[in-house]
Design a protein around this ligand. Sequence first.
Ligand code: PRX
Length: 630
Amino acid sequence: MYKESITDPSAFWSAIASEFYWKKEWDPANIVQGNFDTTKGPISTSFFSGAQTNIAWNCLDAQISKGRGDTAAFVWEGNGLDENKTMSYSEVCSEVNKLANWLRNIGVKKGDRVIIYMPMIPELPISMLACARIGAVHGVVFAGFSAESLAQRIIDSEAKIILTCNAVLRGTKLLDLKSIVDSAIGLGGDGCRITHCLCVANERAVPFSESNFILERDFWWKETVEKMSSTCETEWVDAEDALFMLYTSGSTGKPKGVVHTTGGYMVYAATTTKYVFDLKPGDLFWCTADCGWITGHTYVTYGPLLNGATSLVFEGVPNYPDPGRCWEIVDKFGVQVFYTAPTLIRSLQREGDDYVKKYSRSSLRLLGTVGEPINPEAWKWYHKVVGNGKCPIVDTWWQTETGGHLITPLPAAFPSKPGSAALPFFGVEPVILNEQGKELLGECEGLLCIKSPWPSMMRTIYGDHPRYETAYFKPFPGYYFTGDGARRDKDGYYWITGRVDDVINVSGHRIGSAEVESALVSHSLCTEAAVVGIEHAIKGQGIYAYVTILDGVEYTMELKKELIACVRSTIGPFAAPDTIHWAPSLPKTRSGKILRRILRKIACKDDSLGDISTLADKGVVEELVRLRDV
Ligand code: PRX
């Protein structure tokens, strides 16, 4: 199948696409189009041009028409042990339609952006599907982002509608989401165009209260959506119409609004879910990712539903009430396929095997990982202890930009190697380039690029196509540059070595060092900051921040705490630096460029600093080493 997908992608993808419902067929002469070379014109990709479909229809109505109306679409497990509910495909379809009708009633049209800022409650994937039903573009913002980050995304997306929830309990921590939304709207000032805020009342977290409600802007879900009709006319959209946008961090500037379109994304999300997770109708699949990240889009919401499977949505945290929670859930519902991030595996491994062995886990048949390289020890523990040595592991490599898995094992189809993402998925042509952009052959290590379009690749950055071209295609004309390094072994297996740019991967969350730096310098006493990623036993990478403070100001513990708090409130708690290192000055070249390579070495206590001849002032390095433990 792989060979076929490369030699004749049009035939390959159109045969698969024929299994979905299309209101209008594609133009057979233009099934796959793409240009990755800026010297040959604008960068563009299209799949199934001319066709019309609707992904919500394919996720819901198509399944119901195949007799799956009573099959569970979502099994939801709340934060507390006794909170759960199952929603069938028919029930989800009704709820999606009610919300779609409400959105339409208030004037939301095809192409309009709708921001979703919600915890992992069924209303989150329902909101995504309702937007898709009417052709609106959803922009989910992870509910761990601060008011400031949310405001930035509201402004950039020019959204007029936000869907949220008053509050949520995660473990024992209460998150007051509605007040974060209120602050974000306030922070947005004139740039914020929000006219409607729809709020789910989560009375499990806090009692029902209207104290902060603004008349004509704020609406309770249960008082408005519940009253709408449960049938809704589908908006048939072009295959290349935008389905969603999702912000992600790059090495420079503000986060980018990655835009995914409908037809290719639908086909690829469904196909990767089917083959990589071996998922069949009615199977119970649990992807632990939050819908605020791409993994939750493709493998909590769209992929499982397009396959008629049941997707488990978990509101809580894996260590509450104790570190056995995941396996308790697996046994309670009979989860067959479990997909998570290496950071979670490592943190549970640290708690010992007893929490795992307390549960049978006999329903599990396949395990997956995503988000960061998995160290072989964690891989082996996952395989031996969690999977009882009988479940294949799929280590899936992909990105927000790629929409779905690009390099991944296919379970039991070929031998796996702990720590390797194995081979390219159907239709994917990875290459490894050297720094000069030359393709390396055979066994090699270098920069990971992709040389031909795949159906679910991002089509643009919202409102900034030039940035799309500059960030991903200009570095190596003719190739999509992933930002990752990789090694290819003698069997053609890929080993992802991590980011080669200034993106830090903390617990599988992508954080741009520039964003953390700008949050630090927003503190009135911080004049300069330089942030690097360093190895972290549980999180994969931790954030190490060098800060320069105003001359004459004393560097105190109090100030250190304030700087960390500044990052928490500007970006979100997950981006808080692990270490703050006082730097009276930073190592720079004569032209003023910060030498991060040296900063990384000082941070990880590797004092073999290599070539420091380009440094303007060598004394700076000695001083930083001296101040390391202050
Ligand atoms: O560095 C790679 C790492 O995560 C980055 C993408 O992050 P994001 O867009 O947030 O999407 C994460 C979930 C798809 C990549 O550039 N990454 C992702 N999966 C793996 C990985 N690194 C190694 N192995 C993986 N399986």
